[in-house]
Write a protein that binds this ligand. Structure first.
Ligand code: PEP
Length: 254
C-alpha cells in the first residue's frame, strides 16, 4: 500500500452556494497547505461552483471533481453536463455511480460504465462508487453485489486504464447515517475488490488501483479506517462541509 498515494475527496452533494463554496476553500487552504504531497485532496462541489473554485484554487493543493456527468459529449440532453465540459473547468476527477445517483436517479451498472468511459475519454479519472444496501448486507450478499457493480463499471476497460482509477466502497447503510462500516468490514470488502481487480486484470493493476472508503467518515473514525492496508483514502460527504472536520480527516490520511 506504500506505493499508493492516499486520496481524500469531499463530496459536497447539493450543498454550498458559490459564496459559501469560496468561503469553505478559503478556510481549508491554511490547514491543508502542507499535506499536498502526502495525500491527494479532491473537492467535489456542485457544478455551478466549479468555475469559481477553479479560479480561486489557482496554486492550491486541491483537485476538483464533478459529482456526476452525462456519457455523451454534447447534444439534446436538457439539464445534463458532459465530461469534456468538466475537464475544461479544471476537473481532474468525476464521481460516477454514487449511491444517491443509483437510488434516486436510476443509474445502473451500465450507465455507470458509460459515464466512466466518458470521463476517461475526457482525460479525467473516474471515482467509481459501489456498495451494498442494508438488506443486501444482512442477507450476506455484500461481496456478490459489490463484485457485480465493479465488473459492470469496469467492463471494456484495459488494465492500464484501471490502474489509474479510483474506486470508492460506500456501503449504502453507512452513507449519511452516522453509522460507519467498522475498519474490519471495510478492509474485508476492499481486499475483495482488489482481489477481483487482480483476477479481471493482473496483480500490477490490483496493486495500483486506489480504493476509497465512504460512509460516515468523521475525524474520530478516519485514522482507523485509513489505517487498513487496502483502504487508500476516503470519500467524505457530511463531514466535508466543515473545514475543521475535513482538514482533520485529510490529516488522518497522512
Ligand atoms: C458520500 O455521500 O459519499 C458519503 C460518504 O456521505 P457521508 O460521509 O455523509 O456518509
Amino acid at each position: 500500500s506504500a506505493r499508493r498515494r492516499k486520496i481524500v475527496a469531499g463530496n459536497w452533494k447539493m450543498n454550498k452556494t458559490v459564496p459559501e463554496a469560496l468561503a469553505l476553500v478559503r478556510e481549508l487552504r491554511g490547514p491543508l497547505s502542507s499535506v499536498g504531497d502526502v495525500v491527494e485532496v479532491v473537492l467535489a462541489p456542485p457544478f455551478v461552483a466549479l468555475q469559481p473554485l477553479h479560479v480561486a484554487l489557482e496554486g492550491a493543493p486541491f483537485q476538483l471533481a464533478g459529482q456526476n456527468c452525462h456519457w455523451e459529449a454534447s447534444g439534446a440532453f436538457t439539464g445534463e453536463v458532459s465530461a469534456p465540459m468538466l475537464a475544461e473547468l479544471g476537473c481532474a476527477y468525476v464521481i460516477v455511480g454514487h449511491s444517491e445517483r443509483r437510488q434516486l436517479f436510476g443509474e445502473t451498472d451500465e450507465t455507470v460504465n458509460k459515464k466512466a468511459r466518458a470521463v476517461r475519454d475526457a482525460k479525467m479519472t473516474p471515482i467509481i462508487c459501489v456498495g451494498e444496501t442494508l438488506v443486501e448486507r444482512e442477507s450476506d450478499r455484500t461481496l456478490e453485489v459489490v463484485e457485480r457493480q465493479v465488473r459492470g463499471a469496469l467492463a471494456g476497460f484495459e488494465a492500464k486504464e484501471v490502474a489509474g482509477f479510483v474506486l470508492a466502497y460506500e456501503p449504502v447503510w453507512a452513507i449519511g447515517t452516522g453509522r460507519n462500516a467498522s475498519s474490519a468490514q471495510a478492509q474485508e470488502v476492499h481486499a475483495a475488490i482488489r482481489g477481483l481487480v487482480g483476477r479481471l486484470y493482473d496483480g500490477e493493476t490490483a496493486g495500483r488501483v486506489r480504493i476509497q472508503y465512504g460512509g460516515s467518515v468523521k475525524p474520530d473514525n478516519a485514522a482507523e479506517l485509513l489505517g487498513q492496508p487496502d483502504v487508500d483514502g476516503a470519500l467524505v460527504g457530511g463531514a466535508s462541509l466543515k473545514a475543521g472536520d475535513f482538514a482533520a480527516i485529510v490529516k488522518a490520511a497522512t
